[in-house]
Structures are given as structure tokens and as C-alpha cells.
Ligand binder design. Structure first.
Ligand code: ADP
Length: 415
């Protein structure tokens, strides 16, 4: 089956076409056939498309909205010059998998999209006003442009975390706020944490039930997850992706009083304060330079910028704190797994996070750590390290494709 995997953000559209079936999954041979990303949807869009094994094609075009962007993608896929192996027309796309950020408590696993599911995702907008509307735009446009007969599946960022116990997901505020308004921690990056746990099982040959690890998805958005017995037991993001680790532009954990205090001091609205906490805080806020970790590390190397150093130190300290908390919460873990743009590539950041954790039994092998970047999946701890450390490049699209297949075929868990 060829699955079209779609991930729509507020001004972006990312897609992959992945060939998969039960046999391919069993042998881990699912294949990405093509991929693309359209940024700045809504104005002069920047478009990058690539057939696997071919050089990427870049261009700029005015694309008014997500529908126009998807239409552009469809024209590219069906253009005889594009030549995606096995795909000559839309009839060769057999199903569509959509990334949906928030599934609240109602979507605990991936589901086939129908009118009721769309209404359910619309109901979750209040909890994810920045994300779900964009995901929905992708769903509306796909139903219109691919037609409603092609099966479409929603895969939720939150669903992997639906196994968290009450003690992890409740906030210590009046219980009625949970009962009446569903105010609680939901967690995000679920498809990524799930993929990392899956690869960890593959690498080590462990069963799901014996998987006790901490997964660190460190990118522009970052989150940690405590996986106990193969299930999410706790995670750092909360009711929204603002909570938890320090991120590119998000503040992470903060005393809520800061919000009211800033409103008074600056004479601003609550929306303006949240704009600061979401878009002008984190690594960008502290360094005053950039939200991009690679640029920040370059800046430190070239100019030893004090606030850049501070931002990096704070970022690493926060990850350390979560590692400590989860090791205590789970009574230890067998491994820590790094993923995401930073986790997969930033040698220095992994080193800083793991330094000083030797009394917990965490010991990096410097040579291995230095080899782990650019998509390599590998162990980076010493033989003696009691808690193993891995770099496991994430692949959320693969999870989306496989879940779509599973839901369409209506088969139970297959991997
Ligand atoms: P997103 O959350 O947007 O998916 P990514 O997972 O792609 O983000 O991660 C982006 C982050 O990864 C950026 O801060 C980028 O600088 C960082 N990054 C990518 N490569 C490197 C590298 N070689 N060294 C340090 N940081 C890197």
C-alpha cells in the first residue's frame, strides 16, 4: 500500500509517500518513495520536493492556503515528469495518514476519519488553538482533492501518553477543573516517543513489557518521556506543548504568577504575555540571539557570547532535572534515548546533559558520542554504563504510515 502522510502546521505542509504492508513491516522494509515540505503557506511559499534517491527540487510560488499547497503537491505527484516509482496517478495512493496534534481524552488511538471524528477534532480546538485548526485544514483539503472514497486516518500526538496514570497527568488544582473542563497534562510528540521505544526494542531484542527507558525528543520543541513497561508513564509537555523543558522559543515550566506579574508590570494583555512565553522565550529569550541550537553553538565557539553560553547551560540543566525526576519516578531505567534535531546531532549538548550523572550509572563513551550525528542510530555509552545511552533518529512519518495501514486493514497491533 502507498500511504500519503500529511503534517500540516499553521503555515507549513509536510508530506511523505511511504510504501508499506504487513510483510514489509515485519521485515522493517517499508520504503519512503517521495517527500516534500512547503513553508510560508499563505504568501510566497518556499517549496522543496524530492523523489527518493533524486536531488531535491526547490522553487517559490504564491500559495494562498493549505488547499492550494496540497493541490500543488498533487499536481507534482501526478506530473509524468516527476516519476515516483510505482505512482503514475492518484489511484496509486491508497490511504492518507494525518498528523493531528491534540486528541484530548477521546482519541486514545489512531482512527479512521469520518464526519464524527472531524467533529471530535474540531471539539479539541479549544485545547490546541495553534495546532488542530491547521491539521483540520489538511483533512478538509484532502477530502476535497483526493475524494472521500480514499480512506483517511488521524494519528494523534497525544494518544501515546493516554496510558499515563492519574498521578502523572493531574495538576494539583481543584479536581473539578479536571472533571468539568478536562484540565490535565496530555503530552505531545507521542508518535516520536513511540517510535524511539519501538526502535529501542528492535535494537535490544526486549519485549514491550520490559521496556523501561527515558526518551528525549530535543528539537525546536522538546519533550522527555518516562516509558515504563513499554507505556508512557509521564511526560514533560502538559495540557499544551508550552510546559516542560526549555525549548527554542517556549519557556517550559514556569511559575504561573509570572503571567499576572508581567501583565501588570508591562501593562500588556494576557495574549501578549502568552505570545512572549510561546514565541520569544526559551533559548531565544535567554540568548537574545536565536532559537536555533546549531547557530547558538557556533556563536559560542566564535565569540564566547555569555548569554548564549547561559542559554545552553539552562537548556541542558533542565533536561538533566527531568532525567533525575524520571529515574526516581520509575525506580531507575535501562536506557536514555536521544532524538530530534538536537538529540540526534548536537554532540556537545548530549555530552553536557550526561556529564555529572556518573553516580546514577550514566557514562558516555566520548568517541562514540562524537560519531553519532546525521541520522546514525547507535549506542553512545560505555560498556560499564549501568544506564545505556542511545541516539535513535526519530521517524514520526513511519509511525503515521504504519498506523494508517493498521487502521485501514483493521488489524490489531502489528509491530
Ligand atoms: P522541530 O521541533 O522543528 O521538528 P528539529 O527536530 O528539526 O525541530 O530540530 C531543530 C533543532 O535541531 C534546531 O535547534 C537545530 O539547530 C538543531 N540542530 C540540528 N542539527 C544540529 C547540529 N548539528 N548541532 C546542533 N544542533 C543542531
Amino acid at each position: 500500500m502507498n500511504i500519503f502522510v500529511l503534517n500540516c502546521g499553521s503555515s507549513s505542509l509536510k508530506f511523505q509517500i511511504i510504501q508499506t504492508d504487513l510483510e514489509l513491516i515485519k521485515n522493517d522494509k517499508d520504503k519512503m518513495l517521495a517527500k516534500g515540505i512547503i513553508e510560508r503557506v499563505g504568501s510566497q511559499a518556499i517549496i522543496t520536493m524530492q523523489v527518493e534517491g533524486m536531488p531535491p527540487l526547490k522553487q517559490v510560488a504564491p500559495l494562498r492556503d493549505h488547499r492550494a499547497a496540497l493541490n500543488f503537491v498533487i499536481k507534482w505527484i501526478t506530473d509524468p515528469e516527476t516519476q515516483i516509482p510505482g505512482i503514475s496517478g492518484l489511484e496509486d495512493i491508497h490511504a492518507i495518514g494525518h498528523r493531528v496534534v491534540h486528541g484530548e481524552e477521546r482519541f486514545k488511538k489512531s482512527v479512521k476519519i469520518d464526519k464524527e471524528v472531524i467533529a471530535g477534532i474540531e471539539d479539541c480546538i479549544d485545547l490546541a488553538p495553534l495546532h488542530n485548526p491547521a491539521n483540520l485544514k489538511g483533512i478538509y483539503a484532502s477530502r476535497e482533492l483526493f475524494g472521500i472514497t480514499i480512506p483517511q486516518v488521524a494519528v494523534f500526538d497525544t494518544s501515546f501518553h493516554s496510558t499515563m496514570p492519574e498521578t502523572s497527568y493531574l495538576y494539583a488544582i481543584p479536581y473539578q477543573t479536571y472533571r468539568r473542563f478536562k484540565v490535565r497534562k496530555y503530552g505531545f510528540h507521542g508518535t516520536s516517543h513511540r517510535y524511539i521505544a519501538y526502535r529501542y526494542r528492535k535494537i535490544t531484542g526486549k519485549e514491550r513489557e520490559e521496556t523501561n527507558i527515558i526518551t528525549l525528543h530535543l528539537g525546536n520543541g522538546s519533550s522527555a518521556c518516562a516509558i515504563k513497561g513499554g507505556k508512557s508513564n509521564d511526560t514533560s509537555m502538559g495540557m499544551t506543548p508550552l510546559e516542560g523543558l526549555m525549548m527554542g522559543t517556549r519557556c517550559g515550566d514556569i511559575d504561573p504568577t509570572v503571567i499576572e506579574y508581567l501583565m501588570h508590570q508591562e501593562g500588556t494583555t494576557i495574549d501578549e504575555v502568552f505570545n512572549v512565553l510561546n514565541k520569544r522565550s526559551g533559548v531565544l529569550g535567554i540568548s537574545g540571539l536565536t532559537n536555533d541550537m546549531r547557530d547558538l553553538l557556533d556563536e559560542i565557539q566564535e565569540h564566547q557570547d555569555r548569554r548564549a553560553i547561559l542559554a545552553v547551560e539552562m537548556f541542558c540543566n533542565k533536561v538533566k532535572k527531568y532525567i533525575g525526576a524520571y529515574l526516581a519516578g520509575m525506580n531507575g531505567a535501562d536506557a536514555i534515548c536521544f532524538a530530534g534535531g538536537i538529540g540526534e546531532n548536537a554532540i556537545e549538548i548530549r555530552k553536557r546533559i550526561c556529564t555529572g550523572l556518573d553516580w546514577l550509572g550514566i557514562e558516555l563513551e566520548d568517541q562514540l558520542n562524537e560519531q553519532a550525528y546525521g541520522g546514525k542510530e547507535m549506542l553512545i555509552s560505555t560498556q560499564e554504563s549501568r544506564v545505556k545511552v542511545y541516539v535513535i533518529p526519530t521517524n514520526e512519518e513511519l509511525i503515521l504510515a504504519r498506523d494508517t495501514l493498521r487502521v485501514v486493514l483493521n488489524v490489531p497491533r502489528i509491530w
